[in-house]
Design a protein around this ligand. Structure first.
Ligand code: PMV
Length: 327
């Protein structure tokens, strides 16, 4: 019997670090964010995903770094591919083969790169030719921050309805040679992942105030970023991360992502600045601390970070380009 030829494509995407955070949805099912956010793609980290639609397969299969992955992660990939199949008029199951150097579940948003690459590889394998905005919208359904890993460099994701809520690049990677110097405090999988966390955001009485203030912070951050002015961008970025963690810690139940080492790193930042090292921190849904600085200060920042007891490793990344199809 003749099987039709499997349909296959491979895509690569970088994760991103947000300077102005996304936390909480206006619509959880459509992943429409409560507020706009702003981020930088991370060149050093990559996820490469091959999607092969194969009518001979009984169901979707997911492999990450050559290991078979069970539900619920597999089901999240299936949910995204169901949107692709619906649009392409396909019924075939798929084999998803993903390779990543992003430490999973550690506060470096591995899901952003994963869903950006899956959206791009899945649609290409299904024979769809989507625009960048359409891909960003689709990736958003897998994980909100994945919408920001589709365009390149520095990206802004806007709230709105299903059609409007996409990310666009506000400056290419070459605009500003920043570094994200990541202090790895723990590589353990976090107890409550970001999808669960977004659903809790509204239970904090601080969330409404956070959302109300985001637009002003984003405006300041964006203007400073476009002017390459870290002394202006840094304080608003730090404030935005702390406000998000205030929401997390005051949710019901509360989410405490910090470890004592996280706090030690937060307290070290103003001391390093006073000593002439211009670095500013941000923190995602995990204990790791991301120090943002210009490239010339990255080695000094890494050396200072390594001196803090409890820091397991330091990884440095520059700004990355857009998600793309690869051979
Ligand atoms: O895309 P998600 O559901 O993994 O959410 C990401 C949330 C934060 O990393 C904490 C903030 C952000 O804007 O990336």
């Amino acid at each position: 019997m003749n099987h039709p030829k499997p349909m296959q494509a491979t895509a690569m995407a970088h994760p991103n670090i947000a300077f102005i955070k996304y936390w909480g949805n206006a619509d959880d099912d459509l992943v429409l964010p409560a507020n706009a956010s702003l981020s930088m793609n991370l060149e050093q980290f990559r996820t490469e995903t091959t999607v092969t639609f194969d009518p001979g397969l009984p169901g979707d299969e997911l492999h990450i770094n050559n290991q078979p992955v069970a539900d619920p992660a597999r089901q999240r990939a299936t949910d995204l591919l169901n949107l692709v199949r619906q649009q392409a008029g396909l019924t075939a199951a798929a084999c998803i083969d993903s390779h990543s150097n992003v430490p999973m579940g550690s506060g470096i948003a591995s899901s952003a790169a994963a869903f950006a690459a899956l959206a791009m590889a899945g649609t290409a394998a299904a024979g769809l030719d989507l625009s960048e905005a359409e891909l960003s919208r689709l990736a958003r359904r897998g994980s909100g921050s994945a919408s920001r890993s589709v365009p390149g460099g520095y990206c802004q994701w806007r709230p709105g309805n299903d059609l409007d809520s996409v990310a666009v690049s506000i400056a290419p990677a070459e605009h500003w040679d920043l570094r994200d110097v990541v202090a790895i405090v723990s590589q353990a999988h976090k107890a409550v992942g970001s999808s669960g966390g977004h659903r809790l955001a509204g239970t904090s009485s601080l969330q409404a105030a956070r959302v109300a203030g985001t637009e002003a912070r984003l405006k300041l951050c964006r203007a400073a970023l476009l002017a390459r002015d870290l002394a202006r961008m840094g304080p608003v970025m730090e404030e935005d991360a702390i406000i998000m963690h205030g929401v997390m810690m005051s949710s019901h139940p509360p989410l405490y992502y910090w470890s004592p080492t996280t706090m030690a790193l937060i307290l070290a930042a103003p001391e390093w600045r006073a000593a002439g090292l211009p670095v500013y921190f941000t923190i995602d849904a995990g204990p790791n601390v991301h120090f943002i600085c210009e490239a010339e200060h990255a080695a000094d920042a890494a050396a200072q970070i390594r001196k803090i007891p409890g820091v397991q490793d330091v990884i440095i990344s520059g700004p990355g380009g857009p998600a793309r199809l690869i051979d």
